[in-house]
Design a protein around this ligand. Structure first.
Ligand SMILES: [Zn+2]
Length: 207
């Protein structure tokens, strides 16, 4: 497995304007433990798609307009669920925000047929190994620089724990989030706080 991680980590894009970017959402089993498995997957998936959508929006604002296409491994949650969730989030904001930059609903393919899905698989496994108790997480550290980041703040990886946002987790994603929150508070406190309040309100409606 290690050579595969080295290949991903050392990939050189033809255009340096469009480097590869990884996205991941890790949900601790104790985060909203009363939610059903499907609700937890739906929440993680919505956050993931929104991170991708926000990247596309920011790139468009910087003069690199592109629509996003999501391609799934067939083994993941039911196709119909995923397509209906995403259709709704494209029409109106869910808990996180409306998806405005996707070209279509997620499409599905066999992971044996496409290298990008195989990469998604090994990225997921690296995240699992990073967050599983007692596991080393060396592969993750090779991939960590590839998670989507802007201006030094990593947006591409989020770790939800029961104390999310309270600075109790020491992982790379949570530390990065603290740095980002600190920068945002310094730049525009009012805007960020109202956004956080809206987000919390939205989340409560699902509880
Ligand atoms: Zn963390």
């Amino acid at each position: 497995m290690t050579p595969a991680y080295d290949l991903v980590a050392s990939f050189q894009p033809r255009s340096t304007d469009t480097p590869p970017a990884l996205f991941g959402v890790v949900v601790d089993r104790n985060f909203h433990p009363d939610d059903s498995q499907i609700e937890r997957e739906q929440f993680a998936y919505e956050v993931l798609l929104n991170k991708f959508d926000v990247m596309l929006k920011r790139r468009a604002a910087a003069g690199h307009a592109n629509r996003g296409l999501v391609i799934h491994d067939r083994r993941v949650v039911a196709e119909r669920d995923i397509q209906s969730w995403t259709s709704e989030w494209r029409k109106a904001a869910g808990n996180i925000g409306q998806l405005m930059n996707l070209a279509d609903v997620p499409l599905f393919a066999d992971s044996r047929a496409t290298r990008l899905l195989q990469i998604a698989d090994i990225v997921s496994y690296a995240l699992f190994r990073r967050y599983a108790p007692g596991a080393p997480g060396r592969a993750f550290m090779k991939l960590w620089p590839l998670f989507h980041a802007e201006d030094g703040a990593v947006h591409g990886l989020v770790h939800y724990t029961p104390s999310f946002g309270q600075a109790t987790c020491d992982c790379e994603a949570c530390r990065g989030r603290l740095i980002e929150a600190g920068q945002a508070r310094f730049v525009q406190p009012a805007k960020r706080e109202s956004r956080l309040r809206r987000r919390t309100r939205g989340r409560r409606t699902t509880e």
